[in-house]
Design a protein around this ligand. Sequence first.
Ligand SMILES: C[S@@+](CC[C@H](N)C(=O)[O-])C[C@H]1O[C@@H](n2cnc3c(N)ncnc32)[C@H](O)[C@@H]1O
Length: 314
Amino acid sequence: MTNVELMPARLFLSSGDLVADRRFEFARDLQLKGDLAAAADLLLQAIELAPRFASAWFTLGQIREQLGERDAAIAAFREARIADPDDRHGASLRLMLLGAEQLSAMPPAYVRALFDQYATKFESALVDDLGYRGPALLFKAVLAARHAVRKPAFFRRAIDLGCGTGLAATAFAREVDHFIGVDLSPRMIEKARATGLYAELEVNDMLEGLRGSREAGADLILAADAMVYVADLVPVLKEARRVLATGGLLAFTVETHNGDGVTIGAGLRYAHGTPHVRASIEAAGLSLSQLEVLSARNEDNVPVPGLVVVAAKS
Ligand SMILES: C[S@@+](CC[C@H](N)C(=O)[O-])C[C@H]1O[C@@H](n2cnc3c(N)ncnc32)[C@H](O)[C@@H]1O
């Protein structure tokens, strides 16, 4: 089961034209029933009425992909992005997956739309259906890293990057005095606020959130299942180094693959190769304390290959 399949509802951006919107709805019904050719026809009719109908272009791209029409799918995804330059549907990711574009950053509006839709069922979907264990793995790894340098596992100020609904703060609650959460999705932040575990919460991109944090002001930075939405780790790791006090720790999970570099998977999440993770930590001026091959969650009941990483500012 992928991220996309877990989404409670497909993102729909109205065209502003009632007839075009209705054609879109019929097309979706036909798509779900498997009549892809008829669905594509209806979508083209909707697009004729409303040429800048991003949801119709995006769905047309998916149908063309299902039909094996790669070039036509690429053209439709490009139109979807022109119609919605913020790219809330994530057409860019589809283009990367199709090999039509180089791997690049995830559109923030896509991440926000995905998790805003996902927020109400996030914990049951992730924890119950996918056996999510990212925060528990980070907790064990941070305790081990502290134990190795004979320091207590107690932190005055911790920043939780991509905090979501607050599962990492729940795991670390007794070890942290002052928790700060940063997340792109306002709905996820609302859920995090409801836990009462965060002293501060900010709707922001994690890199921007770190940029706004004072130098050497944190002794722990966490990112549980959040770097999977970040293609280039180096800018975030560099900024984390600036924000950490000497001896402070950065702990994060990633999904991984056997090669080097960064790839994007069918679940529309990045996978970072182990050599790439090591090199990024070095480039950021951090020192690696722990790197373990451990999976934070399952897909189709199979553990997704992953890494649990702890780096220190020395
Ligand atoms: C799979 S959830 C994990 C949430 C939480 N850390 C946990 O362990 O349950 C990923 C979260 O990261 C957030 N996210 C993804 N990319 C982000 C970015 N660049 N800046 C801030 N938050 C981001 C998403 O909005 C989402 O809430």
